[in-house]
Design a protein around this ligand. Structure first.
Ligand code: ADE
Length: 228
């Protein structure tokens, strides 16, 4: 799986791409991430990437030409990338959408927008617009990293114990059951007896019940819902 990111801040990716799950997946050759610095495609002596909005108003708007040039470069290097614009105006990401993104071969081209906005004509260059939630970030870089990590988890071999993935995908959009580890008692709170008994059928039933209750209590919006 290949991820290409078009960004004004490639440095922002250094540490997230070198640590943890993503870092390991890159080292193992399971994924690769190519950063395209938008500044390299800027216009004129100052490598301009934005300008004032037609019609007036506050702030600057990202011009379409540098973005088009960066997209062309990425797609020339890897034809067939699924083109995504990260914006709070996009479809809101969820696990079902992440699973669909993981199917896109050879990979994803992610545009991390910055500033107050992007010229409307850029939207015609994308296959999909995605938001990672109903809040506004300073730009799409962190959203791109969220997508890279969520998709990488689904690349075969990236997650140490694939059983945990299997459980997630079968359970649909429900919350996880409560987990416990040592010690048996912590600040007066005991691990539920059922988990200490070794009866795996009982444990399974208890966990299913807890997951169901927890979902109903915390996320009633997910109850009875198919993956969307
Ligand atoms: N850029 C700014 N806010 C964003 C969000 N919530 N999701 C994706 N990209 C964004």
């Amino acid at each position: 799986m290949e991820f290409h990111v078009v960004t004004l801040f490639p440095d922002l990716f250094d540490s997230p791409l070198s640590c943890g799950l993503i870092g390991r997946a890159i080292k193992a050759g399971l994924i690769s991430v190519v950063l395209h610095s938008l500044r390299n495609y800027g216009l004129g002596r100052y490598r301009q990437v934005d300008d004032t909005p037609y019609g007036g108003g506050h702030g600057m708007v990202m011009r379409p030409e540098p973005i088009a040039a960066a997209f062309d470069a990425a797609l020339e290097r890897r034809p067939g990338l699924w083109r995504i614009i990260l914006t709070p105006q996009g479809e809101v990401l969820n696990q079902a959408k992440v699973e669909r993104l993981a199917q896109h071969k050879p990979g994803l081209l992610l545009l991390a927008g910055r500033y107050e906005g992007i010229d409307e004509r850029v939207r015609t260059m994308a296959d999909q617009e995605l938001s990672i939630g109903d809040y506004v970030l300073a730009g799409g870089e962190l959203a791109a990293l969220v997508i890279i990590e969520a998709v990488t988890r689904l690349v075969p071999g990236a997650v140490g114990n694939p059983e945990s993935l299997k459980e997630e995908s079968l359970s649909g959009p429900t919350l996880e059951y409560p987990q416990y580890t040592k010690p048996r008692e912590f600040r007066g709170q005991r691990v539920p007896d059922v988990l200490l008994g070794g009866d795996h059928q009982k444990i399974r039933a208890w966990r299913d019940e807890q997951a169901r209750k927890r979902t109903a209590q915390r996320r009633p919006d997910l109850v009875g819902k198919d993956k969307a």
